[in-house]
Ligand binder design. Structure first.
Ligand code: C5P
Length: 238
């Protein structure tokens, strides 16, 4: 068991979704961007991090694509069984880490469908949260004007956007705290769409760490073209 004085850094990649909004005939993490799948792009960025203890990828029990990826037998990659929701997939991955991770280790949960996250943003997240006992998330301030809309698409109000941030991933928390808060949220049937919500519901105050707006989540067909363009632009930055 690793020492709690020197926390390890683990990644969890929930990749058990079927991506219904893509209409693509296969889960979106297996769509091709340039020369390889979205999931391979995401994993290869993460695997280039120094001091990585391991990556747990949560896969659907019906997944038929994973073993065709050349990355699948990388020794740092472990596979857990995904659940019915993203939160269950993450919790199954944390259960898998039981006995491998210590309670103060860091877990960075990152969407399989965010292949454009930069190493610099991940390092910034890790550095800025080093002294936190809770954790935080990559995020960007909302830049568009936000409308509250009622029935018949009628605008009710313009919302003050100054305190609003858009949550991204990775979302980074201490192992045991994240496991306890996710367990509590699922036991109480609370609808959560990210890990931070689980901590917030338990009364914790995770931090936002400013990331980049090009850390997009591939959700709809248009996003594929945009993600490919972003990856090409980022190649030039390196
Ligand atoms: O559907 P959405 O884009 O919100 O999914 C976010 C991430 O959660 C994706 O990487 C998806 O594969 C994953 N997921 C999962 N298990 C589920 C549903 C979604 O791992 N049951």
């Amino acid at each position: 068991m690793p020492s709690s004085d020197n926390p390890l850094y683990w990644f969890v990649i929930p990749a058990a979704g079927i991506g219904t909004r893509m209409n693509a005939g296969k889960p979106k993490q297996y769509l091709i961007l340039g020369s390889r799948t979205i999931l391979e792009h995401t994993l290869s960025r993460i695997l280039s991090l120094p001091n990585l203890a391991g990556v747990v990828v949560a896969l659907s029990p019906e997944d038929t694509h994973w073993k065709s990826l050349t990355i699948f037998n990388n020794p740092l990659i472990h596979v857990a069984t995904g659940g019915a929701s993203r939160a269950e997939s993450v919790l199954n991955s944390l259960d898998y880490l039981s006995g491998r991770a210590s309670s103060k280790d860091w877990v960075l949960v990152h969407d399989a469908a965010r292949p454009c996250v930069t190493l610099a943003s991940i390092k910034k997240l890790c550095e800025e949260l080093t002294d936190s006992q809770i954790g935080g998330i990559l995020s960007v301030p909302v830049s568009d004007t936000i409308k509250r809309v009622a029935d018949l698409n009628e605008i009710q109000a313009t919302v003050d956007r100054s305190p609003l941030w858009q949550a991204q991933t990775p979302q980074m928390f201490r192992y045991q705290l994240l496991r306890d808060c996710l367990t509590s949220a699922l036991t109480n049937n609370q609808n959560i769409t990210d890990e931070s919500s689980a901590l917030e519901l338990c009364g914790y105050k995770p931090l936002v760490i400013e990331g980049r707006s090009d850390n997009i989540k591939v959700t709809r067909p248009d996003d594929l073209v945009l993600a490919e363009f972003i990856l090409q632009q980022q190649e030039k930055e390196l």
